[in-house]
Ligand binder design. Structure first.
Ligand code: 3SL
Length: 259
């Protein structure tokens, strides 16, 4: 990833408009943004960032298991890992589930992850035709912010993955964390930056929980689901801020590589 120093940052991003959509279903169907930021903190976009940081060649996302199997079967066996979950649990017969903690360099280095998840991969599919698509999570928030400050897309949609059409608090909190950081690092006014009211709500949510993200992850419905699957270590990992300097970016529809 290309790094740039704080002093190099363009601090005037008056032309950037941020929009937050809580779920893929709530995005407009007749429009696309200049840049889509797909967020699934628990856990798809945390796993994608971790896998790429650990040296995976790419992560290819599928909403459909049959299509994933078809494409993975045509890939060289030693460079392919089938990964994914349904209801949080590993898909039967797959190499990996959707735990970011399983994405160790010795497991994923040089390999392509063929990944299917309940919501995150659907959110990616919803915006895959946008000119720029990146993914973000709490663990790589700063990398996403830096990219947006550097490239200054005119319209940015931060799309939470939610859970089967319903709102997920952790995705909106992460969108708020990104919006807040952009606001702090630019000289743009609130009114110029905010594209919809959801941005104001997302920042307020993040401000309320920013010192206690793990607590809200343990409280929220998907956190509860993961705790029943013994997922507390995943919650702890996913709740950390800015621990990875990696930015997943879409190079072709559904295929994410390290920027
Ligand atoms: O829904 C998704 O995309 C997943 O991230 C859900 S889970 O955390 O793997 O259960």
């Amino acid at each position: 990833m290309r790094k740039f120093k704080f002093a190099d940052r363009i601090l005037n991003c008056a032309s950037v408009k941020l929009f937050v959509y809580h779920t893929p279903e709530s995005t407009p169907t007749d429009l696309l943004p200049d840049c889509a930021v797909v967020i699934d903190v628990l856990r798809a976009t945390t796993t994608i960032a971790t896998a790429l940081d650990a040296g995976a060649e790419a992560v290819q996302a599928f909403s459909n298991i049959e299509e994933l199997m078809r494409q993975a079967d045509s890939w060289s066996a030693e460079k392919c890992l089938r990964a994914g979950e349904r209801g949080g649990a590993k898909v039967k017969g797959f190499d990996l589930g959707n735990s970011p903690l399983a994405c160790k360099p010795e497991v994923v280095k040089g390999k392509r992850l063929f990944l299917t998840t309940t919501n995150g991969t659907r959110a990616l599919q919803r915006v895959e035709k946008s000119p720029q698509v990146i993914t973000a999570a709490q663990i790589n928030r700063r990398a996403a912010v830096n990219y947006l400050l550097e490239t200054q897309p005119k319209t940015v949609w931060m799309v939470g993955s939610g859970w089967q059409g319903d709102y997920s608090v952790e995705d909106t909190a992460c969108a708020g964390a990104i919006a807040k950081s952009i606001l702090q690092q630019s000289d743009v006014s609130l009114i110029d930056l905010f594209g919809n009211d959801e941005v104001i709500g997302a920042i307020a949510l993040y401000e309320r929980w920013k010192d206690n993200l793990l607590n809200v992850f343990r409280l929220c419905s998907h956190g509860q689901r993961l705790l029943k699957l013994d997922g507390d270590e995943d919650l702890k990992y996913c709740s950390q801020t800015d621990i990875l300097n990696v930015l997943p970016i879409q190079k072709e529809p559904g295929v994410l590589i390290k920027h």
